[in-house]
Design a protein around this ligand. Structure first.
Ligand code: DUR
Ligand code: ZN
Length: 136
């Protein structure tokens, strides 16, 4: 899937955002191994902290359907520069994706930051950290 198409898919996902509080819709498009796209939007709540970001929505949809291998992610919001995923989403992305997986961060003006999962969260806490503790 080329990156332009994937970013266009993220824009489509953004249209579904439920954002009565922030009025800041975000869209994500997550490609699974095999090519299936999982769409995510942010979903807010009157109890603000219950909000789920677009990125985590896409991952949780995929994982809840048994899909845990991914090849690319695009995220879009109406930001000045390319959107910057929050810390919680960076940790969730790191849980399921290899460090070299491409991530395309973009905005409505078409600015693009092509980055990787590893660059988004260097030093992410991981399963290996837990495995070490279990062996002691
Ligand atoms: O990468 C991001 C950044 C922010 N948001 C959402 C959370 C909240 O609904 C709104 C404002 O923070 O944007 C996302 O979904 N993804
Ligand atoms: Zn987030």
């Amino acid at each position: 899937m080329d990156r332009e198409k994937l970013m266009a898919e993220a824009k489509k996902a953004r249209e579904k955002a439920y954002v009565p509080y922030s009025k800041f819709p975000v869209g994500a498009a997550l490609v699974a191994e095999g090519g299936q796209i999982y769409y995510g939007c942010n979903i807010e709540n009157s109890a603000y902290s219950m909000t789920n970001c677009a990125e985590r929505t896409a991952f949780f949809k995929a994982v809840s359907e048994g899909v845990k291998k991914f090849t690319a992610l695009a995220v879009v919001g109406d930001t000045e520069g390319p959107i910057s995923p929050c810390g919680a989403c960076r940790q969730v992305i790191a849980e399921f994706c290899d460090g070299d997986m491409p991530v395309y961060l973009t905005n409505l003006k078409g600015d693009v930051q092509a980055t990787t999962v590893g660059q988004l969260l260097p030093g992410a806490f991981s399963k290996e950290d837990l495995d070490y503790a279990e062996k002691q």
